[in-house]
Design a protein around this ligand. Structure first.
Ligand code: TXA
Ligand code: MG
Length: 351
């Protein structure tokens, strides 16, 4: 199929282009669009056949449910049986923004979206193009990240074109996604609410508002041996994986660099091409041709914004083994380390 690529300037939105793309959604088509976290692949959430096409385009397992995107808090009332008080508080505080809330669904939500669960995950994105599209379509929009299943989520339209050109109706090119990691997913059916996926809104921010939250035990899994069945079905799949293998080295940054340099010599001795994911503070400690900085450790938001692009950039090289420095896991660092560990298949060396 032919994919139309439509460029829209998020600072000066051409409403006629938004209208065109929203009509594609109304007609049951697939539209990839930018959000503040990552690009999403959207379909009319109330149209079962349209939603099924998302799973086909992405090669996504059918037991992994999708997030429904709406324009405002009021639109949630038509989709869930009950809005818990704590969910209402979080909506007022963090919407529009990178926070997804899981609540009990109404029958209007097709089963294909929720993979048969009784709950539905909902968020209001803050990206002006995403909001304009959802408002103009006057529909709830089901949208997983717009990557082929298993690959790093797309933070730029070029990543989407690379993965989905020829498989979807429209790709909106709206520049980079600022946050660069997906939304935080919180299960509001439980009390205290449970963090299912760390993301753009931090645990610290949630606790400031709610007091206490629980953390899904799968998120504290340290290595491959701790197999626990996750409540968020998507968390069990191989994710964010570049073609190369990834090893994370965890510990004091200076010591990490010493250890990575030892391993670089060892692997290069075996004729294996290596790459290094470093930070501004450490990048000078490595051979210049091998290391990429994700940003400063003092600016973890920058590291989050650059992570998926860096993983995808390695796919364009002949690198077979990537050594990645761990970062502090407070704040947005929890989401960064969660995605890195998945990219590494929990291959972690602690020093
Ligand atoms: O930032 C984001 O959330 C992006 C943008 C496009 O909005 N979307 C995104 O969607 O990351 P996706 O499909 O890649 O991830 C959705 C996550 C999965 O881990 C899925 O298992 C979980 O949300 N999820 C969806 N519905 C759920 C439910 N009813 N209960 C528990 N987890 C759910
Ligand atoms: Mg995804």
């Amino acid at each position: 199929m032919k994919t139309e690529i439509i460029e829209i300037n998020s600072g000066n939105i051409d409403i006629s282009k938004i209208r065109y793309a929203s009509q594609v959604l109304k007609d049951g088509g697939l539209v990839a669009f930018p959000t503040e976290t990552v690009y999403g692949l959207g379909a009319n959430a109330l149209n079962k056949e349209a939603v099924e096409r998302i799973f086909i385009a992405k090669g996504r397992p059918s037991d992994n449910p999708l997030i429904v995107h709406v324009a405002d808090k009021r639109s949630v009332e038509k989709l869930v049986s009950h809005i818990p008080n704590k969910a209402s508080i979080l909506m007022d505080k963090f919407w529009p923004g990178p926070l997804t809330l899981v609540m009990d669904k109404l029958p209007i939500i097709p089963e294909v979206i929720t993979a048969g669960l009784d709950t539905v995950a909902i968020r209001v994105p803050s990206h002006p193009i995403a909001l304009a599209l959802i408002r103009e379509a006057e529909l709830p929009v089901a949208a997983p990240s717009a990557n082929v299943s298993g690959k790093p989520s797309p933070t730029d339209s070029r990543h989407v074109i690379n993965d989905l050109n020829g498989k979807v109706d429209v790709i909106i090119d709206g520049g980079f996604s600022d946050i660069g990691v997906e939304s935080t997913v919180v299960d509001m059916v439980l009390d205290p609410p449970m963090l299912l996926r760390p993301g753009g809104i931090t645990v610290e921010q949630l606790e400031d508002v709610l007091g206490q939250i629980q953390i899904d035990p799968t998120l504290v899994k340290k290595n491959l041996d701790d197999i626990i069945i996750p409540r968020s079905p998507g968390m069990k799949y191989k994710h964010y994986a570049p073609k190369a293998d990834v090893i994370i080295v965890e510990g004091d940054p200076e010591k990490i660099a010493v250890r990575i340099n030892e391993m670089v010599k060892e692997y290069e001795g075996k004729d294996i091409k290596v790459g290094i994911l470093a930070t501004d503070e450490t990048v000078h400690l490595y051979p210049e041709s091998l290391a990429v900085s994700l940003g400063s450790r003092l600016s973890p938001g920058t590291i989050a914004a650059n992570l998926f692009k860096a993983l995808r950039d390695f796919d364009k090289t002949d690198v077979q083994m990537i050594f990645a420095e761990s970062v502090d896991s407070s704040g947005i660092g929890l989401a960064i380390m969660n995605r890195m560990k998945k990219a590494a298949g929990y291959n972690i060396i602690k020093i």
